[in-house]
Design a protein around this ligand. Structure first.
Ligand code: SF4
Length: 219
């Protein structure tokens, strides 16, 4: 099916129904894209669901319609492979009165650099412009949170799924440039040392938090 894939969601009266999730950067969507999503949903009898991952799921679709739907959407699928960075979620930062640092610029940089990158296991990144950490940054594998002093904290090891875990704060008081460099090193250490299929939270639990921090610093 090439890029025209969808996930089998359920079987309705013996007919298979598929869901697709177009790539939307951190929930920021152009009006034209939103219009195209609404148009295909109407045309192909799709059901729209706003997801927790700042995306829009179009479901209840028939397999034979998927190639046309992707063509008419003029968008790419959000997730290509399971063991990859499956999402980079971001808060509206600069559009929010509580923001301590406008993290939108670095969120875009992180999205462009890491979204869909191969990893040992499924990985999510979250970025927030203040310690309210909207979007559940402490449940993400890697996070950036602007502290009350306007500098950045990097978190790691969060998970909201089958084995919930609150992320640890790995480093504090970083500038944007330092935080981006730190995350580069964190991923390099993770990719080089984790076992295949090992989520960051499990990796930290296996080697210990101090060893994890020391490993990043050694890169
Ligand atoms: S994390 Fe802070 S800056 Fe971002 S949306 Fe929430 S309150 Fe606003």
């Amino acid at each position: 099916m090439g890029k025209h894939f969808g996930n089998l969601q359920r079987v309705v009266n013996g007919e298979r129904r598929y869901g697709i999730t177009p790539n939307i950067m951190g929930g920021f969507i152009k009006p034209e894209e939103l219009e195209r999503i609404a148009k295909v949903a109407k045309k192909y009898n799709g059901v729209l669901k706003i997801t927790s991952g700042q995306r829009i799921l179009i479901t209840n679709l028939k397999e034979e319609d998927l190639p046309n739907i992707w063509e008419e959407l003029e968008m790419e699928p959000a997730v290509i492979s399971q063991n990859s960075v499956k999402n980079v979620e971001m808060c509206p930062a600069g559009f929010c009165k509580r923001m301590k640092y406008n993290t939108i610029g670095m969120s875009v940089k992180l999205f462009k650099k890491y979204n869909q990158m191969e990893m040992p296991c499924r990985t999510k990144i979250g970025i927030a412009g203040c310690r309210n950490a909207c979007g559940g940054v402490y449940s993400k594998d890697v996070g950036v949170i602007a502290d009350i002093n306007g500098l950045l904290m990097v978190t790691a090891g969060g998970s909201a799924g089958f084995h919930p875990r609150v992320a640890d704060i790995i480093e504090r008081d970083l500038t944007e440039k330092e935080a981006l460099e730190f995350i580069d090193k964190l991923f390099e250490f993770y990719k080089t040392n984790a076992e295949p299929g090992e989520k960051i939270s499990h990796f930290i639990e296996r080697i210990g938090l101090d060893e994890f921090k020391a490993g990043i610093k050694s890169i």
